[in-house]
Design a protein around this ligand. Structure first.
Ligand code: GTP
Ligand code: ZN
Length: 201
């Protein structure tokens, strides 16, 4: 069940209307001057609808759904997963932005931790929505803080935006770096320890 509170906007439903998506793609093809009834395009509205369902699947997932496995290992020092591949869609142009996310946290004093893969799954939940990179970064950090109750969180994301490469200003290769730092990771020493781990090869 989708919890609208975790969605990007208050009136978003998270529901996927396949027929409506197909009609919209057909309309778009006509709008760009194509013939949606030519053979090569006959299946395109259905294919694009299925593709959109997949790339926006995060609208039907909650962070709680993926941060399920937690265990108390008594490890209360920093855990950092680096270079998690990010593929998201910019909400301004519905074009991809892609790159990597680095997600780290300092567990609660009881040592409550989650599975490493769950951090990558968490990135997916928020990446598979119409996004801006800043919100993607803060949503990951804030949901980790809320669900895992760690002493601190750091999320750094580096992405190239197709809307800047393919069109508009046309600057391929430009990277946008965003960060969200919470709790004890805001302290200068811990933060620089995390940053040196992130920057190390
Ligand atoms: N802050 C932020 N901006 C983004 C992101 N993705 C795309 N944008 C920017 O959103 C802006 C939208 O600007 P507009 O002037 O409304 O749109 P536009 O005429 O298509 O802009 P240009 O890309 O400059 O041609 C652009 O500057 C994009 O680079 C993002 O994740 N975060
Ligand atoms: Zn864009």
């Amino acid at each position: 069940m989708t919890d609208p509170v975790t969605l990007n906007g208050e009136s978003a439903t998270g529901e996927f209307d396949e027929k409506r998506a197909q009609n919209a793609v057909r309309e778009l093809l006509i709008a760009v001057g194509e013939d949606p009834d030519r053979e090569g395009l006959l299946e395109t509205p259905a294919r694009v609808a299925r593709a959109y369902k997949e790339i926006f699947a995060g609208l039907r997932q909650r962070p709680e759904d993926v941060l399920t496995t937690t265990f108390d290992l008594g490890h209360d020092e920093m855990v950092l997963v680096k270079d998690i591949e990010v593929m998201s869609q910019c909400e301004h142009h519905l074009l991809p932005f892609h790159g990597v996310a680095h997600v780290g946290y300092i567990p609660s004093s009881s040592g409550k931790i989650t599975g490493l893969s769950k951090l990558a799954r968490l990135v997916e939940v928020f990446a598979r929505r119409p996004q801006v990179q800043e919100r993607l970064t803060t949503q990951i950090a804030d949901s980790l803080m809320r669900i895992l109750e760690p002493r601190g969180v750091i999320v750094v994301i580096e992405c190239e935006h197709m809307c800047m490469s393919l069109r508009g200003v046309r600057k391929p290769g430009a990277k946008t770096v965003t960060s969200a730092v919470r709790g004890q990771l805001r302290d200068a020493t811990t933060r620089s320890e995390a940053m040196s781990l992130i920057l190390a090869d």
